[in-house]
Write a protein that binds this ligand. Structure first.
Ligand code: SF4
Length: 532
């Protein structure tokens, strides 16, 4: 699937500590719910022992997201923290088990759902970072579903090829696929709309269809048959620009207009909406947030007081950036609404830097949106070739990407040229290579706050260096390739498993034990929401 800035990079608008856990799991849950027609009483969730989820699914929000999705909720639904209980209250039994399946991807979800009528379905899906996911297996059929289409699935025996021919000829159908498994056939129809009951009734007259399932699109930007983008790498973008020096934000708008079939005004308006959500969240964070299950309390309030009173060291605009980054991280950790940009763990560096800097420069929300768009294109290059998932790439995938994106955005705010924006991204990413992911107490707070501040500060420095025409030496695409290579050399313990780094210090383990005990005492059940 071609990357979309609004699908894969700046978004989803969500609640929860981690987009690769909460938002992606929620999307997987929504698709699984649709597969069952919202009728299920038993859920079995299995995680591979060697993956990242056995140690992180509860504390980093996979359970909350997955169960919210099974309930049909939205990623920003305020009821999400209570989703395990809500599912139990509906009489659904949930089992979460660690198994030895040797799954290739560290974020693999294996779901088995059953209802009282004996219907059972299985789903295997992977969370690929920043809230994106891919369903790779349905009921034993190898598939590839990203949630970018309305999918009509028809189970047939022996007549799949005939059905495929008839469906391919239908107007409004983007793609028809025939999957085979153990003598059974599954016909998958990808389209902007579900096949209607009338169409299916017509098909049934000539082709026996055993069952029909409809899985609704879960991504904001739909794909379509002729989906294309003008470029997929930084090098291709520079060739497309052909020394015309088109501003990076405009190239980003062109990219998303082609990808999402949108006008430039629609692209900008969508990003202005996101900027408004972020500005509200910043104010909410500074005003104070409360949530029991977190490591850090409200720190941005005092920082703001001291900053207003002139009692902090003179960091210039950096102090406001630190304030905004902290506020956004506090909102995230208290299950408030944030935007994964590019992920929930690294949700604060980019918007904190852009909004604080733009406010200092007295720029409009539209200028902020254009800077965010520029950052979105840098993120699209990363997402196309690599990942934002810390489980794959460590914090260089989250914080590193955020720093590169923020640096390009800041150059855009300063009216820097295209070469400078790309140079800033390259320099910022270079200095984040090798960053490990080791969340304290298995919560996405410490050292995540510091890493977001580091990414934003690094971005300011690199933006200024780029504006002064510093030479990044290594092209941005090569830095992405390097991050990927470095990730392959990083041990699993340092890639968001909470099995290494600061996660296993005496203090971290003690905080985790205390938070778990507190949570279990409060809800009177295992904190993971299991009923075993
Ligand atoms: S250390 Fe970085 S990658 Fe890991 S959870 Fe924190 S912000 Fe995300």
């Amino acid at each position: 699937m071609l990357v979309s800035i609004f699908n894969d990079v700046i978004g989803p608008v969500m609640r929860g500590p981690s987009s690769s856990h909460c938002a992606a799991a929620l999307r997987i849950g929504r698709l699984a719910r649709d597969l069952m027609g919202a009728d299920f009483q038993e859920v079995l969730v299995e995680f591979d022992r060697q993956g990242s989820l056995p140690t992180t699914h509860e504390s980093q929000g996979s359970d909350m997201g997955l169960f919210g999705g099974l309930l049909g909720w939205d990623a920003a639904d305020e009821r999400l923290p209570g989703s395990p209980q809500a599912l139990r209250d509906m009489g659904v039994s949930i089992r979460i088990e660690t198994v030895d399946t040797g799954d290739e991807h560290p974020n693999t979800y294996r779901l088995t759902l059953r209802n009282l009528h004996g219907e059972q379905h299985t789903v295997i899906a992977i969370s690929t970072g920043g809230g994106m996911m891919e369903v790779i297996n349905l009921d034993g059929f190898a598939v590839s579903l990203f949630g970018d289409y309305h999918e009509t699935l028809m189970s047939v025996i022996g007549n799949g090829a005939d059905l495929l021919k008839r469906l391919t000829a239908l107007d409004g159908v983007d793609e028809v696929l025939l999957h085979e498994h153990c003598g059974k056939q599954l016909v998958e129809v990808k389209a902007a709309h579900f096949l209607s009951d009338e169409t299916i009734a017509e098909l049934r007259k000539v082709c026996p269809i055993l069952s029909v399932k409809r899985l609704a699109r879960v991504l904001p930007i739909a794909s379509r048959k002729d989906t294309r983008v003008p470029f997929t790498t930084c090098e291709e973008m520079l060739a497309y620009d052909a020394a015309r020096n088109i501003p990076l934000w405009k190239l980003a708008a062109e990219y998303e207009m082609t990808r999402g079939n949108l006008t430039e005004a629609e692209v900008i308006a969508k990003m202005v909406d996101i900027v408004r959500i972020l500005r509200r969240s910043i104010q909410q964070g500074i005003a104070g947030t409360q949530y029991d299950d977190r490591v850090l309390g409200h720190q941005s309030g005092k920082f703001n007081e001291l900053m207003q009173a002139g009692r902090l060291l003179n960091g210039g605009v950096l102090n406001r950036i630190v304030l905004y980054v902290t506020a956004l991280m506090e909102v995230k950790s208290s299950m408030g609404v944030i935007v994964a940009a590019p992920t929930a763990g690294a949700c604060a560096a980019l918007p904190g830097a852009v909004i604080a800097m733009a406010e200092e420069m007295k720029l409009s929300e539209e200028a902020m949106a254009k800077a965010m768009l520029a950052s979105g294109l840098i993120g699209a290059f990363i997402a196309t070739r690599w990942t934002f998932a810390a489980e794959v790439g460590g914090c260089q995938a989250e914080g590193g990407s955020a720093a590169a994106m923020a640096a390009a955005a800041l150059v855009t705010l300063a009216d820097g040229n295209l070469q400078q924006a790309v140079a800033a991204a390259s320099m910022a990413f270079q200095s984040m290579l090798g960053l490990i992911c080791d969340p304290v107490a298995n919560r996405v707070e410490v050292p995540c706050l510091g890493k977001n501040v580091l990414a934003a500060s690094n971005a300011v420095s690199c933006a200024n260096m780029a504006l002064a025409d510093y030479d990044p030496v290594i092209p941005f695409d090569e830095v992405i390739q390097t991050a990927q290579r470095v990730a392959a050399q990083m041990p699993r313990e340092l890639r968001c498993t909470a099995l290494g780094g600061l996660s296993i210090t005496k203090t971290s383990l003690a905080i985790e034990a205390k938070l778990t005990a507190k949570k279990e005492a409060a809800c009177g059940a295992p904190a993971c929401g299991c009923t075993r």
